[in-house]
Design a protein around this ligand. Structure first.
Ligand code: PLP
Length: 488
């Protein structure tokens, strides 16, 4: 039987070699131009919600289109509507960087299109992942005995770490029977812990009622005595304490919970200790910052996000586990069609709910090699220095106050304003809007003890002292406008 020929190259579809090379060349130029010029653009695009969707056709094209037309539209429709996380003035949330080596790694990952669900479907992906996770463990000074793998996000890493913790609860067989009939479980964290902990407990069937968000001290760190009291009270009331999530680098202020004390309580009480070091963990690459993490070596699991402060493009979250077999027992499930003959190998599908796994280790490997451990440490150190300089400046300025200590690269501050706390909150909110609408920088906010606070987070490779100075000029100008008579 004669098979019909593939559609002609001119008709579009996949790219023949010549058109693939042309599209890659154009994309490479586009990427290099973008990274060179991104600092000239406003960090946030001037678009209203719905505006982009309104410019896009409602239906997919019936006929194939050329890559040139598609890339023209990328430049015309998409780029102008992007919030530029790779902008030096991106100082909001936790600023991140898609570095050159990481971008190359990501492109090659797409080209290989490996699905590392089993060792045999991705030998290089599996073994490189194990090796770079172990590099990272050594880089941050953690002892042997932690095995690592890579997830998409810290939210997923925390979810699976707590699933591993749940798997070891005595008298509970959540894997087989679910939670019905078992004791209600309790998970502990500080009131400053990230919302991914709430999402993990609600996904795992523990329920938000089982999450104890405990009070913090004056520097926003979990109070160990509150943890002890909560565990005792829960046991008394028939709840089964399961795990503690301590944070090293909280989202609002980058405070570090007292890890030694928390680890000691976990050991005594038989609780799983998960350390969320998603943002700050990479700082332990710097010798002088490593002591801040003392105690994390006693954790059962630790999450660090190279996509936050290790210059690796989204997404890349490393989960280090002391007892990976617990996670494996929680999730391993091998249907006939996924049986494989190799014995004693790692099959990444065993370590979480998802089957498919991207080859994320490639970009991390390239980033670590291209910067070198010393180069990574130097960038992180510089970010912390810039944050310290800004914090000192704010501390010396009577118009403003520092709202929290700045142990890493985030500075939390607020404008002092007359008229009581609520008026002050409104003034700070207005100040943020004015600064962000100027274009060159983007800051974000949080609430600390109920008060509205501004956050300036340094984490992008292209951010310089000049960027931070410019941000501060804009803050000062907005504050002066607000203080002008009749401004509000
Ligand atoms: N943990 C902390 C301390 C964070 O700051 C964040 C996000 O900023 C997360 C977890 C969640 O990270 P991801 O987006 O990788 O899930």
């Amino acid at each position: 039987m004669k098979s019909s020929p593939p559609p002609a190259a001119e008709a579009g579809g996949d790219l023949d070699e010549a058109r693939l090379r042309a599209a890659l060349r154009r994309s490479a130029e586009l990427i290099a131009d973008y990274l060179r010029d991104v600092g000239e653009l406003p960090v946030m695009p001037a678009v209203a919600p719905g505006e982009i969707a309104a410019r896009l056709p409602a239906e997919a094209p019936r006929r194939a289109e050329s890559m040139d037309v598609i890339l023209d539209d990328f430049e015309r429709l998409i780029l102008p509507a992007v919030t530029h996380w790779n902008h030096p003035g991106f100082l909001a949330y936790f600023a991140i960087s898609g570095s050159g080596p990481g971008i190359v790694g990501e492109a090659l990952t797409a080209a290989l299109n490996v699905n590392a669900m089993l060792w045999r479907t991705g030998p290089a992906a599996t073994e490189l992942e194990e090796r770079v996770c172990d590099w990272l463990r050594r880089m941050v000074g953690l002892p042997e005995g932690f095995a690592g793998h890579i997830n998409d996000t810290a939210s997923m890493s925390t979810l699976v770490a707590l699933a591993a913790a749940r798997h070891g609860v005595p008298g509970l067989d959540a894997r087989q029977r679910g939670l019905a009939g078992g004791p209600p479980l309790a998970v502990y964290c500080s009131e400053e812990a990230h919302s991914s902990v709430d999402k993990a407990v609600l996904t795992l069937g523990i329920g938000l009622d089982g999450l104890r968000r405990l009070p913090v001290d004056e520097a926003f760190r979990l109070r160990p005595e509150a943890l002890e009291r909560a565990v005792t009270a829960d046991r008394r009331e028939g709840r089964q304490p399961m795990a503690v999530v301590a944070t090293a680098g909280t989202t609002s202020t980058t405070s570090v919970d007292p890890l030694e004390a928390v680890a000691a309580i976990c050991r005594r009480e038989g609780l799983w200790l998960h350390v969320d070091a998603a943002y700050a963990g990479p700082a332990a690459v710097c010798d002088e910052l490593r002591p801040r993490f003392a105690g994390w070596e006693r954790a059962d699991s630790i999450v660090l996000n190279p996509h936050k402060w290790l210059f690796t493009p989204l997404d890349c979250s490393v989960l280090l586990l002391r007892r990976p077999e617990r996670l494996k027992r929680a999730f391993s499930l091998v249907p006939d069609y996924l049986e494989s003959p190799e014995v004693g190998v790692t099959n990444l599908m065993d370590f979480g709910p998802q089957l498919g796994r991207r080859f994320r280790a490639l970009k991390l490997w390239m980033v670590i090699r291209a910067f070198g451990v010393d180069g990574l440490a130097a960038r992180i150190r510089l970010h912390c220095e810039m944050a310290r300089e800004l914090a000192s400046r704010i501390e010396a300025d009577p118009r403003f106050e520092l709202s929290a200590p700045a142990p890493f690269s985030l500075v939390c501050f607020r404008l002092r304003a007359a008229g009581g706390p609520e008026a002050e909150d409104r003034a700070n909110q207005e100040l943020l809007e004015r600064v962000n609408s100027a274009g060159p920088v983007l800051l974000s906010h949080t609430r600390l003890r109920g008060r509205y606070v501004l956050r300036l987070a340094i984490g992008n490779l292209r951010t310089t002292r000049a960027t931070v100075a410019r941000a501060w000029e804009l803050v000062e100008a907005a504050a002066a406008d607000l203080e002008a008579p009749g401004a509000r």
